[in-house]
Design a protein around this ligand. Sequence first.
Ligand code: SF4
Ligand code: SF4
Length: 190
Amino acid sequence: MIRTKKIESKPLNFFEKIYIIEVIRGFSVTLKHFFINLFFPSKIPTISYPEEKVLLPGNAKLKSRHRIKLRSDGTPKCVACMMCSTICPADCIHIEAAETETPVEKYPKVFNIDISKCVMCGLCVEACPEDAISMDTNEIAGGAYSRFSNFQKDGLFLTKNELFIKLKDEKISKLGAANRLENEYGERND
Ligand code: SF4
Ligand code: SF4
């Protein structure tokens, strides 16, 4: 058997019924924010995105725009294995491989990500056997004036210039090819 409990709501008084006081209260809040926005813009937490981009505070973990990690000698950790572009459900990673003289054998001569197609699923990061690609820049990609322009020019297209970066105070990861090189060749490339 279903038991129900009837809750009587408090009846409105005369002033509540005509709503005038509530309308005035609502307008006063709107006007307060209007004048604060007009005369004290520094007091409002509004960011003019995408012109203004801010880093997220603290240790917020989110999938932000991609980067390719670098070794300490400045070379990319990516070995152009194409695992990330193969698994990408949006088909937005384009890599062209070239040969190197080092035991790593291959490097990405071209590495582009079209963020306008990316669904930020993170599968490319999961698939990478070299721990080379990450989504930890804390930059939120999304707002832009042109999907075909370069990311640094308010576009949504990432090339090596934007992707191959080292974060401030980043500790170089020993996962991947660099670690294998050390074990197999006694050579330390990261
Ligand atoms: S996050 Fe997902 S959609 Fe975006 S590049 Fe990586 S695999 Fe492709
Ligand atoms: S999976 Fe990693 S190593 Fe392979 S191409 Fe992508 S970023 Fe480079």
